[in-house]
Design a protein around this ligand. Structure first.
Ligand code: SF4
Ligand code: SF4
Length: 107
């Protein structure tokens, strides 16, 4: 993928930069601390309960995440289409869970 093929952002003065979008969060290492969620202004991720195999446990419509029986809670990328590739989430993550990368311009 050449630079010409990837999504390019611009600063307020028109300087170009290459956004590195959130592609993946490692469920093994995530401790569900919520730091990434707090710094993301784009509503990209959400906290979910997982079982011992790392599979997401369903939450009932009237159930609170804190009442769900689970192994632990982890952050997942819920709405990737809203990500602007700023990498703020990765900078505050204490467990280095994030994988980021450029993305191709949609055809
Ligand atoms: S890269 Fe920026 S916009 Fe995307 S998930 Fe992380 S903090 Fe949110
Ligand atoms: S900051 Fe890192 S460890 Fe904390 S919830 Fe986000 S991905 Fe998980």
């Amino acid at each position: 993928m050449s630079v010409a093929d990837v999504i390019i952002g611009t600063t307020r003065t028109g300087l170009e930069w290459i956004p590195r979008f959130a592609l993946e969060i490692d469920r093994e290492t995530c401790i569900g601390c919520g730091r990434c969620y707090k710094v993301c202004g784009r509503d990209v991720m959400k906290l979910v309960p997982v079982d011992g195999d790392g599979a997401i446990v369903a939450i009932g419509a009237d159930e609170d995440i804190d009442d769900v029986e689970c192994e632990k809670k982890v952050m997942v990328i819920h709405q990737p289409e809203f990500c602007i590739g700023c990498q703020a989430c990765s900078r505050v993550c204490p467990k280095d869970c994030y994988t980021h990368g450029p993305l191709p311009v949609a055809a």
